[in-house]
Design a binder for this molecule. Structure first.
Ligand code: ADP
Ligand code: MG
Length: 325
């Protein structure tokens, strides 16, 4: 698989001239994004995600380290032409309709009039805004604006799409819509790099992630590498069995508990799982599932970014709060 982005030892230090404060926003970050994958760039507020994305898109210069992408650097026009970008807080002139807005961007990209019209219509259909295409943006919800921004990022038919917090500020329905859209983009062969501090739903979406905290990489890898526990344990879910006391004493069982009203969940040593499945079947149970024990991305995120007693805290939607600087 070929590399689309290679970031090596990237660092950015901001200096505020008056207060003489030094902020190490990004410290020694390295990662590779491969063609066709969805890459999640995760971390709490203030972690350095936007700063990294600004260096990827050539908006600011790194203090140290290198970014190579699509065979060049962020400043190369030929590279920029192949990238689509949704900034963290896109600002659109809100008296325009989506069609008018995309037409302005299409002209800037130099897309010929006839192709422009077709592409705008097909993009608005893809992001689910075709019906609303002639309404002014000021009447749009946050989710609709986010999808307008994504349509704008796709206008030049980019190979690489960089989205800064595309799920932020959306309700569960809006999040699902944007999630589905990102998954569709991958099916079309695009590479997607996106940042997020919201973890719900991301587990199904990303091929690989980097978790950043205070500018430092806390974890990196494929989700299966990161989320499969290395405890060598498996989990068996069995229906039709309610008595856990007899199971607890069996060889290889780490623990078991009731699950709902007529099932049990057994955590066991991986090597013992086949034997225990046999035992459960002979006892009249049905096997509902056998899985390597995985932690959730949210658990991983919290465990890797935890630093003070008071934070970070997560709410029910997996949004990390209270961890800005
Ligand atoms: N232009 C700037 N000048 C000074 N500090 C900055 C600037 N931009 C970002 N920072 C600081 O860098 C850190 C990382 O910010 P940012 O990249 O926006 O984080 P994230 O996008 O993960 O929330 C924060 O401490 C932020 O206050
Ligand atoms: Mg940000």
């Amino acid at each position: 698989m070929d590399e689309i982005i290679r970031v090596e030892n990237l660092s950015k230090t901001f200096r505020t001239p008056f207060r003489r404060k030094r902020v190490d926003a990004v410290s020694n970050v390295s990662f590779v994004v491969r063609r066709g994958e969805i890459f999640g760039f995760l971390g709490p507020n203030g972690a350095g995600k936007t700063t990294t994305i600004k260096m990827l898109t050539g908006l600011i210069q790194p203090t140290a380290g290198t970014v190579s992408m699509l065979g060049g650097g962020p400043a190369d026009l030929s590279v920029r032409a192949r990238i689509g970008f949704l900034p963290e807080q896109p600002y659109f002139y809100d008296y325009l309709t989506p069609v008018e807005l995309l037409d302005v961007f299409g002209r800037i990209f130099g897309i010929p009039a006839r192709i422009r019209k077709e592409r705008i219509e097909s993009l608005l259909t893809q992001v689910g805004l075709f019906e609303a295409r002639n309404r002014t943006l000021r009447k749009f919800s946050k989710g609709m604006l986010q999808r307008t921004g994504i349509a704008q990022a796709l206008l030049n038919d980019p190979e690489l799409v960089i989205l800064d917090e595309p799920l932020s500020g959306l309700d569960p329905v809006g999040r699902k819509e944007v999630n589905d859209l990102i998954a569709t983009l991958r099916q079309q062969g695009k590479t997607i790099f996106f940042s997020s501090h919201i973890l719900a739903d991301i587990e199904r979406l990303c091929d690989r992630v980097v978790i950043l905290d205070r500018g430092v990489t806390k974890a990196a890898g494929t989700l299966s590498e990161l989320l499969t526990s290395d405890s060598g344990e498996r989990e068996i879910l069995a229906g039709g069995i309610t008595d856990v006391s007899g199971l607890n004493g069996l060889d290889g069982v780490v623990r078991c508990e009731t699950y709902g009203t007529d099932a049990v969940r057994i955590v066991c040593e991986s090597a013992a799982s086949d034997r225990l499945v046999g035992t459960l079947l002979r006892a009249g149970g049905t096997i509902l599932g056998v899985n390597d024990r995985r932690i959730s991305l949210e658990q991983l995120f919290v465990s890797r970014t935890i630093r003070e007693k008071s934070c970070p805290a997560t709410d029910n939607e997996g949004e990390v709060r209270g961890v800005s600087e």
